[in-house]
Design a protein around this ligand. Structure first.
Ligand code: BGC
Length: 740
């Protein structure tokens, strides 16, 4: 749409919003700020009753196309002003066709992956009648003990920002009236990935510099990409719940970034301000939320119970309520919901049958996987192999293959790794044993919400031992063993933090016992967070990090293991050697006692806290060489830009993908800056012997930072190192200087 047409349309929408606001009662306005829970566990009166009296702006936790139309009909025909509802649900990595979890998609280092998959997720979700997803999740996380690391893009703000913008483009497109897209929601604003000790929901303490330099950039990228909504985080940020944090919601988001969409709280989070010992009672919680600019209350009914009275008491004006309702109505008009409120109930079946959805799922999974080890070129395996055994508790688990965060009511339907291998090797004998079960020591409340997750009675020690021995027997009879180990879907995600990063249960013991048989062993990992697989990293010749790869996950694993696809993913997060080493990340600051200095002191005396695998790491079936790193200018002035070029050559025998990564280091300045910071990347495909020159640009955007010392954004005149290569430990080096 042209700019002039766009602004004309905006004006027309604004006129409609004002006209509608004029005829709405205060109760109806407050109703627009209320999001009704449509699930059995939701509190509050029946959804129908709330909608009928104009008491609901949106409904969540409902996944039922027919019911959407029924509720919408009540809203349109029976509520006082006939305002359509927004149906919302967490569609995090696929609606019916499931894609790799977001952490995995970040490992593709290819923004096309999340953009394309979220476009499909949006199309399926919209066909089901949904208007709004609670994604993308943009929490930078440097502590893999935190279970929700699986939902984000890992530890780095630069990579995270690229993935954020791509997901917004995928979900939302560039026009809210597009009937194949859904509204996106940037969450959880902000800092949730930094909870104390990685414990979910625990308080977060972050300096303004950490917030602005590390945590907020992906949110800013989402805002710049036009994201329509934001969701606040649950926890206290520097002692103020994010949901009532005026600085964050008003000053940063609205005033500095110019965000004009609307905010929703996390589930029950407005009311939770009482539980968190922040607000005296629900009345005060409502006041704090409303004053902070939190538009929509997700299902705690704190606004519906208190807002009108707050206006009557003079604690709040009706104009302040109008200000919060306005962006919600604006978005409903922009989406065209007043004209087209209903969904065609036959559409979903047609949309989910589209073959390109499964093709995209397989492609995304292949591109997300990371080859961690391949001693002696064990991989790819030959398809002529006769006897393969596939072993491990997640080898044939559809839930573990699809991963955490399924939409409500979803029935798992993934191709497991076992099935993928069987399909790839129709003439081989493929045997299978699960080995001992794995389970959380403490179950999750969320397990009770998921289909097919009835908790079976725990294996007795005798049953576990018998499963262990059967797995060994199965392995003994094979020519090649493929161990599929990791975590189940409920071991990462919300309320799924853990203190250790070891393989849960007896998996490592089984891996050691199988390896002792002397057969060639390949380890495939299915998991939603870094795992400290120290023993495997030294002793298992080939390791593929497959993450939680989605509907086509098993086929994608088989494609890689048997050479139909060449892995090119890279780690979006550091793998520590122990859970207690977290947070461990590459972009740390230099200390007074660096390694190699005469008075160097190891940081712990019981094991060096160095990464098992560094950020950005990943192998391929071919090899690459980086050379000829050049800067277009050795000196530039503050505010000016320079170009960096580097040649990448495929020095191996097969075609493959490499991710060229650019890191900088400001050598001194107003504040101490990290020893390395990612400032550019590009995933490229190279034929054997082929060379490409990759070009990056460095300018004010990349060199400016929020300074603690100056209390503002600054760009220092200083000397800079830069490195280009295949991971965060790249050694090809150059320098440049920024002068005043
Ligand atoms: C989660 C959010 C989610 C919301 C709605 C909360 O428990 O923290 O990420 O969007 O529920 O389901």
């Amino acid at each position: 749409m042209s700019k002039a047409k766009d602004s004309e349309k905006q004006k027309q929408v604004a006129v409609k919003v004002e006209a509608l606001l004029k005829k709405m009662s205060l109760e109806e306005k407050v109703g627009q700020l209320n999001q009704v829970g449509g699930a059995a566990f939701s509190p509050g009166p029946a959804a129908e009753d709330q909608i009928r009296k104009g008491g609901a702006g949106s409904v969540l936790w409902l996944n039922d196309t027919k019911k959407f139309n029924e509720l919408q009909k009540i809203a349109m025909e029976e509520s006082p002003s006939g305002i359509p509802l927004l149906f919302a649900l967490d569609v995090i990595h696929g609606y019916r066709t499931i894609f790799p979890v977001p952490l995995a998609m970040a490992a593709s280092w290819d923004p096309n992956v999340p953009e394309k998959t979220q476009t499909i997720a949006a199309k399926e979700a919209r066909a089901a009648g949904l208007h709004w997803t609670f994604g993308p999740m943009l929490d930078i996380c440097r502590d893999p003990r935190w279970g929700r690391i699986v939902e984000g893009a890992g530890e780095d703000p630069y990579l995270g920002s690229a993935m954020a913008a791509a997901q917004v483009r995928g979900f939302q497109g560039d026009d809210l009236s597009d009937s194949e897209r859904v509204l996106a929601c940037a969450k959880h604003f902000a800092g949730y990935g930094y909870s104390d000790g990685g414990r979910d929901y625990d308080p977060v303490y972050l300096s303004e510099a950490q917030l602005r330099n590390i945590v907020l950039p992906p949110f800013k990228a989402a805002a710049d990409a036009g994201v329509a909504t934001f969701m606040s985080a649950y926890m206290d940020l520097n002692d103020v719940p994010a949901t009532g944090n005026r600085w964050l919601l008003r000053q940063v988001l609205r005033e500095e970034w110019g965000f004009d969409g609307f905010l929703v709280s996390d589930a029950f989070a407005v009311g939770n301000m009482v539980i968190q010992h922040h607000a005296k009672d629900k009345r005060e919680a409502a006041l704090r939320g409303l004053k902070a600019g939190m538009n929509m209350d997700m299902s705690s009914y704190t606004y519906t119970e208190n807002a009108a009275q707050l206006v009557a008491d003079g604690a709040l004006t009706e104009a302040e309520i109008d200000e919060l309702v306005r962006p919600i109505l604006t978005i409903k008009f922009k989406m065209g919901l007043f004209e087209k409120p209903y969904v065609d109930e036959t559409l979903l079946e047609k949309v989910i049958a589209l073959p390109e959805h499964r093709t995209a799922s397989r492609w995304a999974a292949q591109r997300s996987m990371v080859l961690l080890r391949n001693e002696g070129g064990l991989l790819p395996l030959s398809k002529d192999i006769k006897k393969v055994s596939v072993i491990g508790p997640v080898a044939d688990s559809m839930q573990a293959t699809e991963g955490s965060w399924m939409v409500f009511g979803h029935t798992p339907a993934a191709v497991t790794v076992l099935e993928g291998i069987r399909a790839k090797l129709p003439n081989a004998e493929v045997t299978y044993a699960s080995g001992p079960e794995i389970r959380r020591d403490i179950p999750s409340w969320f397990e009770s919400l998921m289909a097919g997750q009835e908790r079976k009675p725990e294996q007795t020690p005798a049953e576990s031992e018998s499963a262990f021995q059967s797995a060994l027997e199965v392995a003994k009879a094979a020519d090649q063993v493929i161990m599929v180990l990791g975590e189940t879907d409920v071991m990462a995600g919300e309320a799924a933090s853990r203190a250790s990063l070891d393989l849960p249960g007896r998996q490592e013991e089984l891996l050691k016992a199988v390896s002792a048989l002397g057969k060639p062993v390949v380890l495939v990992l299915l998991n939603g967070r870094p795992l400290s697989i120290n023993w495997a990293a030294e002793n298992v010749p080939a390791i593929l990090e497959a993450w939680e790869p989605g509907t086509e996950g098993g086929n994608a694993v088989a494609d890689i293991l048997f050479g139909d696809a060449n892995p090119g993913g890279k780690l979006p997060v550091t793998f520590p050697r122990k859970g207690s080493h977290a947070p461990l990340y590459y972009a740390r600051n230099m200390t007074h006692s660096p390694e190699g200095s005469p008075m160097y002191n190891p940081r712990y005396w019981d094991g060096l806290p160095v990464p098992l695998y560094p950020f950005g790491f990943g192998l391929s079936y071919t090899t690459f060489e980086f050379s000829n790193l050049k800067v277009s200018a050795e000196k530039i002035k503050v505010g000016a830009s320079l170009t960096v070029t580097v040649d990448v050559t495929n020095t191996g025998k097969v075609a493959g993908d490499e991710v060229a990564q650019l890191y900088i280091h400001q050598q001194y300045g107003t504040d101490t800056r990290p020893i390395r910071e990612l400032k550019g990347f590009e995933r490229i495909t190279l034929q054997p012997g082929e060379k490409k020159t990759v070009t990056f640009s460095l300018g004010a955007n990349e060199l400016t930072y929020w300074s603690s010392n100056a209390g503002k954004w600054i760009q220092d005149p200083a000397s800079f190192d830069l490195w280009a290569g295949s991971d965060s430990q790249a050694s090809l080096h150059a320098e440049f200087e920024v002068t005043s």
